[in-house]
Write a protein that binds this ligand. Structure first.
Ligand code: URP
Ligand code: ZN
Length: 466
């Protein structure tokens, strides 16, 4: 069955232009003015923008952190994603049992996602201490067999890698064309500050950001880019950059010619600030690591997107209930260190970027497309199948009416979460329709797809590993 999107203002990562889009089955077959296709179903997009389906390369569906489990499984979380215009995710695996093979979590994530996800999905592998020869061999094997071209390591938390392991991983990744994604925070300083705050009875939410200062991020980013350089310019992707201090390290590395290197920020670090922690109760909603920062950091990150110094905007979507169900966020009510880290965002990201970025004049619409769709797709080996509007690409697209508004309230929330960090905001623009591989999966705010419609994506080469 063909579909013809008429009168669209199409935005890709380089321009906005008026044309029609012909979809044949699951692919875009033609883009041009005045396309005639007698047998096609017509979708009139007059007055609307049509952009590529958004690609969120940092989610944590069903994340098991031992004492709590993220409440969006691959069904609920991808329904929320779809309703927010995201048609592809690349999800970060949780740590597995001590000493497990890399295959353990790969198999577990297929069990969690297959036949549940409603949008297309891939996984980033996870590396945990200790790293052995077998780990490095499995990383290569999993890339070849599963199309998993990226693995994450942590510089903090219990399974963090030591510098010698990081160096070995990066050399092996360089050799195998694998991207290493990294959570950059200095573990030692954080542990010491948390200990001191505990001893002084400073256990409210407002001490969470104080226990993880921006310099912890900057030091870890600096260490990572230097180790990656020593590993032969190994492909490196910094996840969730939050601070101006961290950004300075990113800019320095880029200026000095590190080529296989990219940095992601997340929507919360652009839109929210650390005043979210002022109220001891409400503050629990925004306990995530790294924490929210100051307005000066937000502004620096917006500027970096404008200048092209940051490469992608993701979410780190990882929701827990605040008051309902097991109310996992309340585990931190007497001690912020007991609160599971993470917050929802997969539904809100695209329209926040559209409204706060494009409609407020901070970014152009092609920049929104670049950071929400094209670059994430390119960095993780999905481009141009995903994140582009061109003949031959998957017909994943979002139709947005810029003259309507989106109220973020309880009715808006489509995931399992009982809150949004953006509740009360009114966004400029509203999603009219979302198409995934030619099928309308969201119309007028309602999900129209089915459980299991998402396809697993074996990913190709990343632009960072070339
Ligand atoms: O607070 C966060 N980011 N939670 C998700 C797990 C992680 O640290 O990536
Ligand atoms: Zn994360």
């Amino acid at each position: 069955m063909k579909k013809l999107i008429k009168n669209a203002k199409i935005a890709n990562e380089s321009e906005v232009f008026e044309a029609d889009i012909l979809i044949d089955g699951d692919k875009i077959s033609e883009i041009g003015k005045g396309i005639e296709a007698g047998d096609a179903e017509i979708i009139d997009a007059a007055g609307c923008y049509v952009i590529p389906g958004a690609v969120d390369v940092h989610t944590h569906m069903d994340l098991d952190v031992g004492f709590a489990r993220a409440i969006d499984d691959f069904y609920d979380g991808t329904v929320a994603a779809a309703c927010g215009g995201t048609t592809t995710i690349v999800d970060h695996m949780a740590f597995g049992p001590k000493d497990c093979s890399l295959w353990h979590q790969t198999n577990e994530y297929h069990r969690l996602a297959d036949n549940n996800a409603v949008i297309d999905y891939g996984f980033h592998g996870v590396l945990q201490h200790p790293v052995t020869e077998q780990t490095l061999a499995e990383m290569k094997e999993i890339k070849e067999k599963e199309g998993i071209n990226s693995f994450k390591l942590y510089m903090t938390y219990d399974y963090k890698l030591e510098d010698d392991e990081i160096f070995n991983v990066l050399r092996a990744a360089r050799e195998a064309g694998i991207v290493i994604t990294v959570h950059c925070e200095n573990h030692g300083v954080i542990q010491q500050l948390r200990k001191e705050f505990a001893e002084e009875g400073k256990t409210e939410a407002k001490y969470h950001p104080l226990s993880r200062p921006d310099r912890c991020e900057a030091e870890a980013v600096n260490r990572m880019v230097n180790i990656a350089a020593m590993a032969g310019d190994a492909p490196l992707y910094i996840v969730h950059l939050t601070s101006n201090e961290g950004l300075k390290e990113v800019q320095k590395a880029k200026r000095e010619g590190q080529k296989r290197f990219a940095a992601e920020t997340c929507i919360q670090y652009l839109v929210l600030n650390d005043s979210a922690y002022d109220d001891p109760q409400e503050g629990l909603k925004a306990i995530m690591s790294p924490p929210l920062r100051k307005d000066a950091d937000r502004e620096a990150l917006w500027q970096a997107l404008k200048d092209g110094d940051v490469d992608t905007v993701a979410t780190d979507h990882c929701p827990f209930h605040f008051k309902e169900g097991k109310a996992e966020k309340q585990y931190g009510k007497d001690d912020f260190t007991k609160c599971p880290n993470g917050a929802p965002g997969v539904q809100e990201r695209l329209m926040l970027l559209f409204s706060e970025g494009f409609m407020k004049g901070r970014l152009t619409l092609p920049q929104v497309v670049k950071y929400a769709s094209s670059n994430p797709s390119r960095m993780f080996g999905l481009f141009p199948q995903k994140g582009s509007l061109e003949p031959g690409a998957d017909a994943d697209l979002v139709i947005i009416d810029p003259n309507k508004k989106t109220e973020i309230n309880r009715e808006y929330i489509k995931g399992a979460s009982d809150y949004s960090c953006y509740e009360g905001m009114t966004l400029e623009g509203r999603i009219e329709k979302v198409l995934q591989r030619g099928n309308v999966i969201v119309s007028d705010g309602e999900f129209k797809g089915s459980r299991g419609d998402g396809q697993y994506l074996k990913r190709g080469e990343s632009c960072l590993s070339k």
